[in-house]
Design a protein around this ligand. Structure first.
Ligand code: SIN
Ligand code: FE2
Length: 201
C-alpha cells in the first residue's frame, strides 16, 4: 500500500490478471443488461467523452437537469443490475469502512476520452470513502486538494490498481488527464474501465 497523502491510499495490482479477467466477464454481463450511455453536462448539454453505466441499488447519472443518483437506467428505465459479490469483496478488502457501498459507477474510456477535474460530492454522507478500480489501459490520474486552485500531482494508474480516497482526501479534486494507448491487452476493443464504488445515501 502506498499512502499518497493523508486519506489517499494506492494498492498496486490489487487484482491479478486472472481476477481482472473474471471481473471483466461479470462486467460484460452487466453491460448487456445496462448498456453504456453517454451522459451530458448539466445546463450546456455537452456530451462527456466517457461512457457510463452503473450497478448496485443506485446509479450516478448526469443530464441537462443535473447530477444525481437514481435507481434506474436513464435510457432503458430498468433497475441497475446488482453489484457482483467480487465488487463488494473489493470494498470489504480495501475500503476500511463499516458502511457498505450502494452505488458502483462504471466508466468506459476509449483512447481519447478524459475526465476533467471534479469533486465527488453528490453523496449525502461523506464519512464513507470512494474506492476506484482500474481495468485495461493505464491512465494519468490527477489529484489535488479540496479547492480547484490547490496544487495537484499525477500518478499512473494501471490495470488492477485500487485507489481509495476518504477522510481528509474524500473531497479532493481528481480527474483523468489522458489514457495511455498500448499499455494493456485486457480489453477488446481496447480502452479503460474504471469502477467507482460509493455510499450515495
Ligand atoms: C471518476 O472520478 O469518476 C473516475 C476516475 C477514474 O476514471 O479513475
Ligand atoms: Fe470522481
Amino acid at each position: 500500500m502506498l499512502l499518497l497523502k493523508p486519506g489517499l491510499r494506492l494498492y498496486k495490482t490489487a487484482l491479478d490478471r486472472a481476477a481482472q479477467e473474471a471481473l471483466l466477464g461479470e462486467l460484460r454481463a452487466i453491460l448487456c443488461d445496462a448498456p453504456l450511455f453517454r451522459p451530458k453536462m448539466p445546463r450546456t448539454g455537452k456530451e462527456f467523452s466517457v461512457r457510463m453505466s452503473n450497478c448496485g441499488p443506485l446509479g450516478w447519472v448526469s443530464d441537462l437537469s443535473g447530477y444525481r443518483y437514481q435507481p434506474h437506467h436513464p435510457e432503458t428505465g430498468q433497475p441497475w443490475p446488482p453489484m457482483p459479490e467480487s465488487v463488494l469483496r473489493l470494498w470489504r478488502d480495501f475500503a476500511e469502512s463499516p458502511v457498505e457501498p450502494d452505488a458502483c459507477l462504471i466508466n468506459y474510456y476509449d483512447e481519447t476520452a478524459r475526465m476533467g477535474p471534479h469533486q465527488d460530492r453528490d453523496e449525502t454522507d461523506f464519512s464513507a470513502p470512494i474506492l476506484s478500480l482500474s481495468l485495461g489501459l493505464s491512465c494519468r490520474f490527477r489529484f489535488g486538494g479540496e479547492s480547484r486552485r490547490d496544487p495537484s500531482a499525477t500518478i499512473r494508474l494501471d490495470s488492477g490498481d485500487v485507489l481509495v480516497f476518504g477522510g481528509p482526501a474524500r473531497k479532493m479534486f481528481h480527474g483523468v488527464d489522458r489514457i495511455l494507448p498500448g499499455t494493456s491487452t485486457l480489453l477488446t476493443p481496447t480502452g479503460r474501465i474504471n469502477l467507482t464504488l460509493r455510499r450515495a445515501e
